[in-house]
Design a protein around this ligand. Structure first.
Ligand SMILES: NC(=O)c1ccc[n+]([C@@H]2O[C@H](COP(=O)([O-])OP(=O)(O)OC[C@H]3O[C@@H](n4cnc5c(N)ncnc54)[C@H](OP(=O)(O)O)[C@@H]3O)[C@@H](O)[C@H]2O)c1
Length: 273
């Protein structure tokens, strides 16, 4: 199998470009999903305190023969804990049975509570303490990111946002890139592919490359320079979603998929959430 692509973050740390998302996976299901993923070659797992499965993720990680320094584990600070990220991260680490996470993200800016700049300063301290190797954000729009830059002088390494063929977020992706912030796609399969997998362009490319629609969509993320974290608890799909390193989409194919952008959000709008 071809080697998996790695992204260099602006703090120098390395992040596998493809990972396993575990939102809506139970503490039980996540153990078998992560076991299968690690056996398949995944090294990057994306969880969050609010997913309530950090204990299951920790159980899976405790059982794996894969060394800790080969793993990339992300968790996230929930909105109610923006006043006290240190306590929240320590609780997450306890559940995960880890000494540090590779990436700690502010889950939502929650502009109405207006605490995200102070929370960000505290995340920078957690990085200094070594409890998180890297720190970043999710669901930040340009004005939220601009405030972090203006008020703290420090940019997140990653902005994890809803991004799939129906919501391509080109302006935000370009802004992130200009500021050396890697863009990570959540719901990369548009939550199971409805409205995407059956599109003509996706079916044609699937036939051309002898791949599934999900593999075409994951390849599109990688070829756009995005980090992607497709979620699955189904062993066959976990393997399928990782079998994408032996082909590439060309420029013309990427622009055909670009035409699917419909500005269609499946999750909440960060400005009004
Ligand atoms: N930061 C944030 O605010 C935020 C928000 C949402 C999500 N996330 C992260 O992003 C991850 C991915 O997003 P998501 O879980 O919303 O959606 P997704 O990865 O786009 O789609 C997951 C859905 O697709 C199905 N699926 C997976 N592989 C498939 C395949 N090869 N063929 C057909 N169906 C397939 C899964 O079913 P099965 O599991 O039944 O196989 C599941 O129903 C989450 O798990 C989470 O880690 C972050």
């Amino acid at each position: 199998m071809a080697t998996q692509p790695i992204i260099k973050l602006h703090d120098g740390n390395l992040m596998p470009q493809l990972g396993l998302g575990v939102w809506q996976a139970s503490n039980e299901d996540v153990v078998t999903a992560i076991e299968k993923a690690l056996e398949t070659g995944y090294r990057h797992i994306d969880t969050a305190a609010i997913y309530q499965n950090e204990v299951g993720v920790g159980n899976a990680l405790a059982a794996t023969p894969v060394p800790r320094d080969e793993l990339f584990i992300t968790t996230k600070l929930w909105n109610d804990d923006q006043d006290n990220p240190q306590q929240a991260l320590e609780e997450s680490l306890k559940k995960l049975k880890l000494d540090y996470v590779d990436l700690y993200l502010i889950h939502w800016p929650e502009p109405r509570q207006n605490k995200f700049v102070e929370a960000w300063r505290k995340l920078l301290k957690l990085k200094e303490q070594g409890l998180a190797k890297s720190v970043g954000v999710c669901n930040f729009h340009i004005p939220h990111l601009q405030r972090l830059l203006d008020e703290t002088g420090s940019a997140p390494v990653v902005n994890q946002i809803e991004l799939h063929p129906l919501l391509q977020q080109r302006q935000l992706h370009a802004w992130n890139a200009t500021h050396n912030i890697a863009t990570e796609s959540w719901s990369p399969l548009a939550q199971g592919g409805e409205g995407v997998f059956e599109q003509d362009v996706i079916s044609k490319l699937a036939a051309k490359y002898e791949k599934t629609p999900a593999q075409i969509v994951i390849r599109w993320h990688l070829d756009c320079g995005l980090i992607a974290i497709p979620k699955s608890v189904t062993p066959k799909r976990i393997v399928e979603n990782f079998n994408v390193f032996d082909f590439r989409l060309d420029k013309d194919e990427l622009s055909q998929i670009a035409k699917l952008d419909a500005g269609k959000r499946l999750g909440p709008d960060p400005d009004t959430k």
